[in-house]
Design a protein around this ligand. Structure first.
Ligand code: ATP
Length: 233
């Protein structure tokens, strides 16, 4: 088990946003966390990446307890988040944005850039353009690429499909699938339950801060409760 979250609680003042959540991710796995707006998905990611404190419970990464580790130390351990809403440097070129991802770990990123360009040819085509001039879906791929340049051991994706047109959503999920095939371990947080569960090995459903279901992605897509509440079927 690469990531083991056990009985995790998190609060905003008196709001109990995460209620004894448990979740695991194995090496190489693609795990989806789905739920409605305000269910606590982002809070789980923020607590996991260390930007919001856990009230109780434990987070283990590669066997090590990281529950109280500072956020930047978790990044150094390889827990890398692609933030909701991208946050690229718009005036900088695509390639400069990608290089920034490698900044923390130092060294020469040339090889990684070439690998990334092979995986996402659109990045190579657009490498000299200001990132801010790309379409929403392409910017999201730049954000993904930038996170990959940090060589994550687990990639945390926060609603990558948010605000994108259906065609671009398909493009993003295709990109996530390609990353998984390359062996990247991924925790994918999504409101778009159908698209996320369709590509996930396993999934968790969160409702008002509580994980209420977990199973394989395929089984959850078939689950009556999921179909009614999240797939509109
Ligand atoms: P979304 O899809 O909108 O991002 P979410 O599932 O990620 O939703 P969270 O953002 O984790 O949900 O929110 C969980 C609960 O915590 C909600 O009730 C929300 O109102 C509350 N909450 C989130 N951030 C804060 C904050 N900074 N201060 C107070 N309450 C917050």
């Amino acid at each position: 088990m690469l990531l083991e979250i056990d009985g995790l609680n998190s609060h905003y003042g008196r709001i109990h946003a995460l209620k004894s959540a448990s979740l695991t991710v194995r090496e190489g796995e693609l795990v989806a966390l789905v739920g409605a707006n305000g269910a606590g998905k982002t809070t789980l990611l923020r607590t996991l990446s260390g930007v919001h404190p856990a009230t109780s419970g434990t987070i283990k990464f590669d066997g090590q307890d990281i529950t109280r580790l500072k956020a930047h130390r978790r990044v150094a351990e390889g827990i890398v988040q692609v933030p909701e809403g991208r946050q690229l440097f718009g005036p900088q070129t695509v390639e400069d944005n990608l290089r920034l991802g490698a900044y923390r770990r130092g060294g020469r990123p040339e090889e990684d850039l070439e690998r990334l360009y092979a995986l996402f040819p659109v990045l190579k085509v657009k490498r000299d353009q200001p990132a801010g001039t790309l379409s929403g879906g392409q910017q999201q791929i730049v954000a993904l690429g930038r996170a990959l340049m940090a060589k994550p051991r687990v990639l945390l994706l926060d609603e990558p499909s948010m605000g994108l047109a259906p065609l671009l959503v398909a493009e993003i999920f295709d990109a996530v699938q390609r990353l998984k095939r390359e062996g990247t371990t991924i925790l994918l947080v999504e409101q778009n339950a159908h698209a996320a569960l369709a590509i996930a090995d396993r999934g968790y459903v969160i409702e008002t801060g509580e994980i209420v279901l977990h199973d394989t992605g395929a089984a959850l897509l078939d689950n009556e409760r999921v179909r009614q509440a999240y797939l509109g079927l």
